[in-house]
Design a protein around this ligand. Sequence first.
Ligand code: ARG
Length: 592
Amino acid sequence: SKRKAMPNIQKVVQGIFEQAIVKAFPDVSISAIVHSSTQERFGDYQCNNAMILSKVLKENGKSLSPRSVAEQIIQHLPANDVLEKTEIAGPGFINITIKKHFILSLLSDIIMYGVRPPVMNRKMRVLVDFSSPNVAKEMHVGHLRSTIIGDSISRLLEFVGHDVVRISHLGDWGTQFGMLIAHLRDTFPKYLNQSPPIADLQAFYKAAKVRFDEDAVFKKRAYEAVVKLQARESDYFKAWEMICDVSKNEFEKIYQRLGVKVVNRGESFYQDMMIDVVKDLDTRGLLELDEGRKILKVPNIKVPLTIVKSDGGFTYDTSDMAAMRQRVMDEKADWLIYITDGGQGLHFEIIFSASEAVGYVNRKHVRVVHVPFGVVLGEDKKKFKTRSTDTVRLVDLLDEGIRRAKAKLIDKGRDKVLSKEELEVAAKAVAYGCIKYADLSRNRTGDYIFSFDKMLDDKGNTAVYLLYALTRIRSIARLANVSSSELTKVAESASIEFDHPKEWKLAKLILRFPEILEKILDDLLLHPLCDFMYELSCTFTEFYDTCYCIEKDRKTGEILKINMNRLILCEATAMIMEKSFHLLGIDGVDKM
Ligand code: ARG
């Protein structure tokens, strides 16, 4: 059927070996260890159980050499359509070769039904908390990382078929709004009817802060404004809304450019719920007084949460406790993912434990994870900033990316081949693609050095290289002038055949796609997908350099012969690369 999932071959093989081990050694419980082989001569996969099993058996008083254990396992393999051959190597490794027929049929499936997701064990409602910039402050490179990683994780979860809720937990509530409101009322009294012309909200914030620090009368009015805001006095509430809108519009521009969808649901959304949380914890006697603050102590964690400040206000902690409760109770999420820099690791550890302790979440039923990432550094390995300003405005950063990508394309003489419009489209796709790919292709937990030169390099594991690779693969089919329906016919007739080892190598690599995705769903580390894309394009090049897909007459250039089997490999490679780009949030380009 069309909805049939793409099997994870590694898991399938592991399942077969699992059965064999249980049958051969019913008294020991040990799960099968199956990996893809590191070298072609070791077959496609390897089972490495024999050594450990032999040891365990010895402890149980039964002596059997690892090689004999391997023999036993092989003898007990159930009948299947997957394994071609098993061989014992070295001390007792089992080298496994997959049936050609199995590979060919899975490859045909890709051509016939498209790239489908791997098996989903249970459909979950997943809430992804990402991007989450702060109102009246610039969205910075840290938020950019969160945006890029969060979008990609959401895309993957959506592809698999989960029910995904994308939330940006904006910093849009708190005492700092008092001074912003007071400042707005002074500088732009018409705000009730007209949206304020704040071009630079950060400058506006700074100006308000200066007055707050220097002018006691203003400070008092700022405090009063907070109280009035919390009481929802309409003029004050409107001022707050106006300020938030200015920020949200700025954020939206970034999302639009990057093709990211996310719903703004900031701390303010939880106003009433925060009041309920405080009431709930207070009546249950869980809050302690500490120098005027109300704190919540968490078992085994030294730092308490501040639930109510001494001035009566709520905190970031309070909003996260309320959000946890709302996400579990109302959203009915069974998987919560929070994407922020690693510096907030402790914050989330406390929030998760506290929520569990007070009964807002049960982590046996709800998977709750913090997905941390490292800080963005400049090429000097210091905190990232541009030459001119202190912090980097994201719009400027994206503009610079486009400028540089365009310069690079012109450098390569592409302006002579592409129309003005095509060049513009290509520059954007390259710039955004590179910024995203550079981020996603590294282990997110490490710090990340932002370098336009590196990310725009057309050699190595970069988006430019891969985008070129994809357009090249696509152009093969164009040259051959074979339609996808013709390819589908070949696939349907089950007549695909290969005779060259490079063909088999590429086919087998293509089919590892579900294995890569399943691993990402487990640890939410995205860089293996990028590594896979790079390996795929290198393997494709190896194949393409030795295996002619189209034979042309040397003199006339006339097409003499088209190898349909090989075109199918081109098509499947392109399809997998396109899907991978899509999962990374990167737009492909037809021409570049
Ligand atoms: N606004 C916060 C910041 O800029 C990030 C919020 C992350 N999400 C959350 N539920 N705490 O650091």
